[in-house]
Structure formats: structure tokens, C-alpha cells
Ligand binder design. Structure first.
Ligand SMILES: [Zn+2]
Length: 248
């Protein structure tokens, strides 16, 4: 690390749990962020500002005026720009020390697999079940840790599926086969702006902890947030012994 990097990351380096070695580890780390919307914005901002060396950001969508109320990585000027590219532009201004690779297209399962293979952690910031199921299958096969988040209205949830451990439950154990009709998307539903910040920032914290090997992750626990009551609840997650994805 050069002098500027030591200054930039000094408040991390001052933490004995991270220190110089931890910051170096972050610099060598690669996170795959799927979705650069409400959840992906804070996730990418904090992982980028915090010094995760490489971020691959997938989003096929363009920034729309209706996104700006909560998708804080994008600006009024970036309306019409692809979200992954817009996120890369914002991050370049915040932290030119890191590498951001935008994937500005709808990725196939093959492409997600190739991208996840290169990453140390996968963060699901998508807004649809098809992507969530695909990332779950891929991360389970590749034994990659997956940080999963969702937010709608005033409620959100976060968990970690750490597929490096054989006993980890998976997304399919939790939600076996949600039909297309169960699709709950922000496109059709309202969402409270700070909620996605709280869930996305929690995903960033979990991802950074996994990269650093710090503390206890949310593996085996689903954290539920009700912003109207401002209550966090924890539900224990168990592997479904009959799960179509992870039961061997
Ligand atoms: Zn499962």
C-alpha cells in the first residue's frame, strides 16, 4: 500500500480486527454484485469505498428517473445510462484505487457461473426469483458464499448461504419454488427509500466480513427487518433434507 492508500483506509487499518493485513486482503478480494439497483447501490458503494480490490457488477437495465429515489449510486445525469456502467462511473470518482468491471447485459446462467467462479463472494442484489434461484444453484455448485437480500415496501430480509460449509441451507430450502406469479418487483410495488439502504448496507457488511473471515456471518439465520415498527427479527434456518438443490 502506498501513502495515499494508507490514509484512505486508515480508519479500517486502525481496527485491530482488520489492520494492515485485513486491508491488504480486501485489496486482493473480488466480489460479484448482481444488480445495481436499490440493494446493489449501497453494497457497491461500501465495498468500493472500503477497498475491495475488484467488483464485478451485473445489470442489464438503464437508469430511469423512477430509480433515483433509492438507487443512490446513480445520479440525475446518469438517467439513460446502463446501471452497471453508471455504478462504475460513480465508483471511479469515489475510489480510483479499485477495479470495477461492469457487465451491462442480461447474463445467462453460463455467464453467471463463469463470473461467480472468479469471485470470492457473490452478492445477490437482484429483484427477481429467476436470478435468485440461478445464483443459489451456481454458488452451491461452486461452493461460494452467497449474500442474499430482498426488500419491498417497508420490509426486508438478509441471509448468508455459505456453501463452503456442507451443512449450509440454501435459498431453495427457504423458498422452494416460488412461481412466476409470486414475482414481487419494485417495478410494480412501492419501496421505502432508506429500507434498501439498510438491507444493502447489511449485505455489504456481511460480504466484507466473509472476505476478512471476521465475526459470525448470517449463515443459518434469516434477518428480517420491519421498518415501520423498526424491529429486526432473526429466524433460524435449517437445511431442507429433501431440498431439490442442496440435499445430497
Ligand atoms: Zn437447499
Amino acid at each position: 500500500m502506498n501513502d495515499n492508500q494508507l490514509l484512505r483506509y486508515s480508519r479500517h487499518i486502525l481496527l485491530p480486527q482488520i489492520a494492515y493485513e485485513g486491508q491488504e486482503k480486501l485489496a486482493q478480494s473480488h466480489a460479484l454484485i448482481v444488480g445495481a439497483g436499490g440493494l446493489g447501490s449501497p453494497t457497491a458503494l461500501y465495498l468500493g469505498a472500503g477497498g475491495v480490490g475488484k467488483l464485478t457488477i451485473c445489470d442489464f437495465d438503464d437508469v430511469d428517473l423512477t430509480n433515483l429515489q433509492r438507487q443512490v449510486i446513480h445520479t440525475t445525469q446518469s438517467v439513460g445510462t446502463n446501471k452497471a456502467v453508471s455504478a462504475q462511473q460513480t465508483l471511479a470518482a469515489i475510489n480510483p484505487e479499485i477495479t470495477v468491471v461492469p457487465i451491462p447485459r442480461k447474463s445467462s446462467e453460463e455467464e453467471f457461473t463463469a463470473l461467480a467462479k472468479e469471485a470470492d463472494v457473490v452478492i445477490d442484489c437482484s429483484d427477481n426469483f429467476r436470478t435468485r434461484y440461478a445464483l443459489n444453484r451456481i454458488c452451491h455448485t461452486l461452493k461460494k458464499p452467497l449474500v442474499s437480500g430482498a426488500a419491498i415496501g417497508f420490509e426486508g430480509q438478509i441471509t448468508v448461504f455459505d456453501f463452503r460449509h456442507d451443512e449450509s441451507p440454501c435459498y431453495h430450502c427457504l423458498f422452494p419454488d416460488m412461481g412466476e406469479e409470486a414475482e414481487m418487483r419494485c417495478a410494480e410495488n412501492g419501496v421505502f427509500a432508506p429500507l434498501v439502504g439498510m438491507i444493502g448496507t447489511t449485505q455489504a457488511a456481511e460480504a466484507m466480513k466473509l472476505l476478512l473471515g471476521l465475526g459470525n456471518s448470517l449463515e443459518g439465520r434469516l434477518l428480517l427487518l420491519d421498518v415501520l415498527e423498526m424491529e429486526w427479527r432473526t429466524i433460524k434456518l435449517k437445511r431442507d433434507p429433501k431440498c431439490a438443490v442442496c440435499a445430497s
